[in-house]
Design a protein around this ligand. Structure first.
Ligand code: NAP
Length: 317
């Protein structure tokens, strides 16, 4: 009698057309998981995903459109945000998260894996973006479906918007005026390490909700990141700190960065004013085999990445 082949349950990725999502889908396919990608775009670029990936059309802001996408799904990743929304991005984030959580509950999904953001309100007022990420985690947990939440700071990798902003600023501006917020500490993490955590969370033996703060070993300022990027690119850069923190200065920076992403970037810059560091080693305890890279190796890795197809082209703009 032929031995029965056990196929792993299909994994859904919401936000699968985004930067982290595309990278994750590639990893899950390499690990032989059947993958379904939720896409609000009806047509995706040819060859974007392996032919094994089942792309299902659906919009997180339209709850009906999620039923088919979640049919038969045991584990679902939530890697979406509405930072590119013209207005009321928080309202859209909460509605999208609620629709998704309820659809998971309805479909009998066992586990939601969410990638949120670091940031501790005791260390300073959270930006609207960071506050919203925390609230999205609460909304997903309120559904009663188990939630594994990872909280990260800047993700270093070619195509990650936070990294692309550092890259473009460093490449374009030989002389930089450094507003105060460029001294605020973050604890960046390499995309490869983020993916290790996300993939391992699929099989994690736990029935309870979990929150894991993840980060590389280095707590650095935005200025340090620009300096290290410029050093590795052998770019001579003069960074002049200025004690003022004018939103005008920040937005000037931003429009110099990439007008296209100005809206998302402006909301990300607001978040850089809040320290985004890891406060406990629970993630290291539960995932001891993952030893995240420091910024030196992470930027080296990002500079070595040639595959730009993983960068995200938002459809909301
Ligand atoms: N990148 C970082 O440095 C970083 C750091 C910490 C945490 N994170 C977290 O990681 C997660 C992924 O971030 P990312 O950098 O990969 O973001 P991204 O590249 O901007 O991708 C966002 C994704 O969300 C999707 N999306 C937005 N609204 C949607 C809707 N209404 N319906 C369906 N899909 C929708 C987008 O779809 P379209 O392709 O159609 O636009 C896209 O796939 C987010 O939760 C973010 O907070 C990222």
């Amino acid at each position: 009698m032929q031995p029965k082949t056990i196929t792993a349950p299909t994994i859904l990725v919401a936000g699968g057309t985004g930067y982290v999502g595309k990278n994750l889908i590639r990893r899950l396919v390499q690990s032989s998981y059947p993958v379904r990608c939720l896409s609000r775009k009806k047509r995706l670029k040819k060859g974007l995903f392996d032919s094994k990936v089942d792309v299902v059309h659906g919009d997180l802001l339209n709850s009906e459109s999620l039923v088919k996408a979640l049919h038969g799904i045991e584990t679902a990743f939530y890697l979406a945000h509405s930072l590119d929304a013209k207005q009321d991005f928080e309202k859209k984030e909460y509605k999208a998260a609620k629709n998704f959580a309820e659809a998971c509950k309805e479909a009998g999904t066992r586990r939601i894996i969410f990638l949120g953001a670091l940031g501790n309100p005791q260390e300073g007022p959270l930006s609207p973006h960071l506050k919203s990420r925390k609230e999205v985690g609460n909304i997903l947990r309120a559904s009663g479906v188990q939630v594994i939440e990872f909280q990260a700071s800047i993700i270093l990798g070619s195509g990650s918007l936070s990294y692309e902003m550092i890259k473009t600023l460093s490449e374009r501006l030989p002389i930089m005026i450094m507003p105060q917020w460029t001294n605020v500490k973050s604890q960046p993490i390499c995309i490869q390490d983020v993916l290790d955590y996300l993939v391992k969370a699929v099989e994690l033996k736990t029935r309870q909700n979990e929150i894991f703060e993840i980060g590389g070993p280095d707590q650095v300022s935005y200025k340090d990141l620009i300096a290290e990027y410029s050093r590795q690119r052998k770019l001579k850069r003069w960074l002049f700190p200025v004690p003022v923190l004018t939103p005008w200065l920040s937005s000037l920076w931003l429009s110099l960065v990439t007008p296209l992403y100005a809206r998302v970037g402006r909301r990300l810059i607001e978040s850089i004013k809040t320290p985004t560091v890891v406060h406990n080693d629970w993630a290291r305890t539960v995932f001891p085999s993952i030893k995240p890279l420091g910024i030196l190796k992470s930027i080296e890795f990002a500079l070595g990445e040639k595959d730009v197809s993983l960068a995200h082209e938002p459809s909301g703009l």
